[in-house]
Design a protein around this ligand. Structure first.
Ligand code: ADP
Length: 282
């Protein structure tokens, strides 16, 4: 079991403080989704935890050792930067082999893990943004470490590749701490075990998603039947009804009730992500 602690961390760039008095303790291996609008401080948080940015004050401690002063502890952290930093003039295979020689691991294995074999002899400069991202992620998986800081690992990726990476991280998180940043609310609720919400350089909320009480879900129902007499729904436009429920199970019960009443429902969907509320109220 590992422990990550941030104690009164103030951090930023050239005297511009971005993180303000951040305190956080994580013991449990899991995926922690670090969510927040652009500019909230997610990258700054990751760079500070990775030991790349030295806090102005306070400290980041992993398993009892300060990341700023201990090179050994920094070596136990895997950090996926938000930026692609793979040498452009190398082929995918040569670049990964280069890193494997420096830090250990096998280029062949990570090529297979991320299904990159077809791009093996392609120059990094010829890859799309999404392909570069997958190579950067492959580099992170060369060696198993104890703490993973994944800064937007799925930005620019197709849903299939995103899921592939999330599945690898979900497996790793059985015994590792994984911090995973995104500004995508849908992705956050998909992975959703623990949530760390960053707003204006502070932690506005850190909890298990299951513990976060969300006030209501808005559901849209498309049907040609007038359902306002059967359920408490408002018609917003031709054949389209909106209603509020307190949890997804209630939406299921409403659908069952409509079907039992012989209503043909052609579409039913959540109108906005309930995590949206956190952005607005935290
Ligand atoms: P996020 O990852 O949540 O989008 P960042 O941590 O990248 O947020 O940025 C937080 C704040 O720090 C922003 O106001 C941003 O402009 C500023 N910032 C980020 N990088 C630098 C830098 N290298 N120098 C100065 N300011 C920066």
């Amino acid at each position: 079991m590992h422990t990550l602690e941030l104690r009164n961390v103030n951090s930023g760039y050239d005297k511009k403080t971005v993180l303000h008095d951040v305190n956080l303790t994580i013991h449990e291996p899991s995926i922690y989704v670090v969510l927040g609008p652009n500019g909230a401080g997610k990258t700054t948080l990751f760079r500070t935890i990775a030991g790349i940015l030295e806090p102005y004050s306070g400290e980041v401690v992993f398993d009892g050792e300060n990341v700023t002063s201990s090179r050994d502890v920094r070596k136990r952290i895997n950090y996926l930067s938000h930026y692609n930093a793979i040498p452009e003039e190398m082929t995918v295979y040569n670049a990964l082999t280069f890193y494997a020689n420096v830090q250990g691991g096998s280029a062949e294995e990570v090529l297979a893990l991320l299904h990159l074999q077809e791009l093996r002899d392609t120059k990094v400069s010829d890859l799309s943004q999404g392909q570069k991202k997958r190579v950067s992620v492959a580099k992170v998986f060369l060696r198993e470490r104890d703490l993973y800081l994944m800064d937007e690992p799925t930005s620019n990726l197709d849903p299939g590749y995103s899921k592939e990476i999330r599945d690898i991280l979900i497996k790793l998180s059985k015994d590792k701490i994984v911090l995973y940043s995104t500004h995508n609310l849908y992705e956050a609720s998909d992975i959703g075990t623990n949530l760390i919400l960053i707003k204006d350089g502070t932690i506005a909320l850190a909890d298990k998603i299951a513990n976060i009480k969300l006030r209501e879900y808005r559901v849209g129902i498309r049907t040609s039947t007038d359902i306002s007499k059967i359920v408490d729904a408002k018609r917003v436009e031709q054949g389209y009804y909106v209603l509020s429920v307190s949890n997804p199970e209630e939406a299921g019960r409403i659908l069952t009730k409509l079907i039992e009443n012989g209503v043909l429902v052609t579409e039913m969907r959540q109108l906005e992500n309930p995590l949206q509320e956190l952005f607005e109220t935290a």
